[in-house]
Design a protein around this ligand. Structure first.
Ligand code: ADP
Ligand code: NI
Length: 215
């Protein structure tokens, strides 16, 4: 079995019972999208891109007491067990460190094309129809209301402020989701984002109209 197939099988079984939004279905979509974006980027190394996508959420720091090295460490352990070369391991670790969104006011630069593709694929999964579904699933999981017109959205300038947020789910569209299309790194991802973004804008407009008994 090649390294990508083995990694996909490993992650699929590891995330089989995960209900936090970082389930295998999310990782699979990010993997498929990263592969699609890589096909438009001839300079990208497809193996590094696919491994980065498959391993990007392997040990999310949110669930590991804020330990940002938990993900890279878990990826390294897996890749070492598969006898992957050191340069592949290092490049995948870097992707995992660089992928996450950290609030509107926080830059999240990438140091490789492969990291750009994985970051873009992860962000594309937060917008469009699936992104809308994920946002409300997350909000429901946290017990938050759908919407509260009395709670204005906040442009989080720091990672700490973004993390502390407990706002109603519709605010998340203004605080993150509607900005993602302008924060993509690659032209191929920007092309995919157009339709997803327009769909989400239409959704929010209808949501607000229905909220007031209109539409
Ligand atoms: P990433 O995949 O970049 O690690 P997160 O872990 O922040 O993203 O989020 C996972 C999913 O949950 C995404 O679809 C995201 O939009 C959604 N989400 C995160 N925070 C919120 C929130 N405060 N309200 C609603 N949805 C959220
Ligand atoms: Ni992700």
């Amino acid at each position: 079995m090649d390294l990508i197939t083995a990694t996909a099988a490993f992650i699929e079984q590891k995330f089989a019972d995960e209900g936090s939004g970082h389930d295998w279905a999310h990782i699979r979509r990010v993997w498929l999208m990263a592969r699609r974006l890589a096909a438009h980027s001839p300079e990208a190394n497809p193996e590094i891109t696919e491994l980065g996508a498959l391993l990007h959420d392997i040990a999310d720091w949110k669930f590991h007491g804020g330990d940002y090295e938990a993900g890279p460490r878990a990826a390294r352990a897996w890749l070492l067990s598969q006898h992957a070369p050191e340069d592949v391991i290092t490049r995948v670790e870097t992707i995992i460190r660089e992928v996450s969104f950290k609030g509107l006011g926080v830059d999240t630069p990438v140091s490789s094309l492969e990291a750009a593709l994985v970051q873009d694929a992860d962000r594309l999964d937060a917008i469009g129809a699936v992104g809308i579904g994920r946002a409300f699933a997350y909000g429901g999981h946290k017990g938050r209301p759908l919407h509260d017109p009395a709670v204005p959205p906040v442009a989080h300038e720091s990672f700490a402020s973004y993390q502390k947020n407990t706002a109603p789910t519709l605010n998340h569209f203004y605080e993150k989701l509607l900005h993602l299309k302008d924060r993509l790194q690659t032209p191929a991802a920007r092309a995919v984002a157009e339709e997803r973004h327009a769909y989400m804008e239409g959704f929010v407009a209808r949501f607000l109209a229905e909220w007031e008994g209109e539409a």
